[in-house]
Design a protein around this ligand. Structure first.
Ligand SMILES: NC(=O)c1ccc[n+]([C@@H]2O[C@H](COP(=O)([O-])OP(=O)(O)OC[C@H]3O[C@@H](n4cnc5c(N)ncnc54)[C@H](OP(=O)(O)O)[C@@H]3O)[C@@H](O)[C@H]2O)c1
Length: 325
């Protein structure tokens, strides 16, 4: 099969499309002919650092959508030709390839009305946003949330999902993206380059602060965000934990939630793995009904993936980039 091969750790910029043996599905796995694969910051990060679990050449790519071509001996509920979307296991060979394997109990089926390109934008970014909002923060209607990097992948899905759940949404984005994040549903967009997001959030919430924060930026930003939380507020962080010690105070009790979507496959916890399917099924339904959009801004070829990852590395990409395979 054709695949984009990572020859060694650190060499992701030089990845080329080459021939490699097609993977075989294990007993509880399905083999998928990948039609589209989404790009994420995790691809260049892990491509840079590598993993002791990888055998080179490795194949990056965690977001996959395509057609089932083969089922392992224990798999039920799937047929050849089923259209599916799934999150690949980052410790194994991934989705920037013609074929990839998936654990069957983590895979969501796609109706004909949802395109492979739209579906491939979902797993890393939208599943993470969904897990943070509904499984960690347990967001409630009529509450308020500050979502960082609303123009990005995770932030863009989080805005749409929080609006869908009936919250007031504040987001941070560069000014040129304010119209975009407002179209996604943000009630207030703060230009983090020029404005103090804590002060702006306080002003917008009558000095109370927000009930929830989703931090997608990093440790410093997450730490600063604690000041924007209301009494009994909660923060979920996906890109670095806030400094907790200094912020734990009797008069400002807040709760912390760590989200690490990709590590689920190393948990040995079948029920947690199966949650990926539950989340995927709901997101696919929301896409189908037009309740959310896939944020796909760029469709590229498999050969162009290294260039796409270089774009992501600038941390200035709006929405999602998807490779058609
Ligand atoms: N722990 C997990 O499970 C998990 C899962 C998914 C992702 N992540 C991590 O979460 C981070 C975000 O992922 P992503 O896919 O959403 O990234 P992304 O799509 O590449 O995010 C790019 C966006 O970030 C915005 N941005 C950059 N710096 C910002 C800042 N200081 N404040 C506000 N916005 C800023 C930019 O907005 P403007 O252009 O408007 O400036 C740009 O649109 C990455 O580090 C990723 O690796 C972790």
């Amino acid at each position: 099969m054709k695949a984009l091969l990572l020859r060694d750790k650190g060499q992701w910029r030089d990845m080329k499309v080459e021939e490699i043996e097609r993977p075989l599905p294990g007993a509880d796995e399905i083999l998928v002919n990948v039609k589209a694969a989404g790009l994420n910051p995790v691809d260049y990060k892990t491509g840079q650092n590598g993993s002791p679990a990888w055998h080179y050449p490795h194949i990056l790519g965690l977001d996959a959508a395509g057609e089932v071509v083969e089922m392992g001996s224990d798999v039920t509920g799937f047929e050849k030709g089923d259209r599916v979307v799934f999150l690949a296991d980052m410790m194994k060979k991934g989705a920037f390839a013609e074929f990839a394997v998936a654990k069957a109990h983590t895979v969501s089926k796609l109706p004909d009305s949802v395109s492979f390109n739209d579906a491939a934008a979902l797993p890393v970014a939208a599943y993470t946003a969904y897990q943070a909002l509904f499984y960690k923060l347990h967001i409630q209607k009529n509450k308020s949330i500050l979502i960082h990097a609303g123009a990005g992948g995770v932030g863009g899905f989080a805005i749409q999902l929080a609006k869908y759940a009936g919250l007031t949404v504040i987001t941070t984005a560069s000014e040129e993206n304010h119209e975009h994040v407002k179209q996604l549903g943000a009630d207030l967009a703060i230009d983090y380059n020029k404005e103090d997001f804590v002060q702006k959030t306080k002003e917008f919430t009558n000095d109370l602060g927000v009930n929830y924060v989703l931090d997608t930026v990093g440790r410093e930003n997450a730490t600063q965000s604690l000041e924007a939380l209301a009494y009994n507020g909660q923060i979920a962080f996906i890109a670095g934990q806030p400094e907790m010690n200094d912020s734990i105070s009797f008069t400002h009790p807040v709760s912390f939630h760590h989200v690490a979507l990709g590590s689920v496959f190393q948990s040995g916890n079948h029920e947690e793995e199966a949650t990926l399917k539950v989340i995927g099924d709901h997101l696919v339904e929301l896409l189908e009904k037009g309740e959310i959009n896939s944020l796909v801004e760029q469709v590229i070829s498999l050969e162009e993936v290294p260039k796409g990852l270089e774009q992501l590395e600038t941390r200035k990409v709006k929405g999602k980039i998807v490779a058609e395979i």
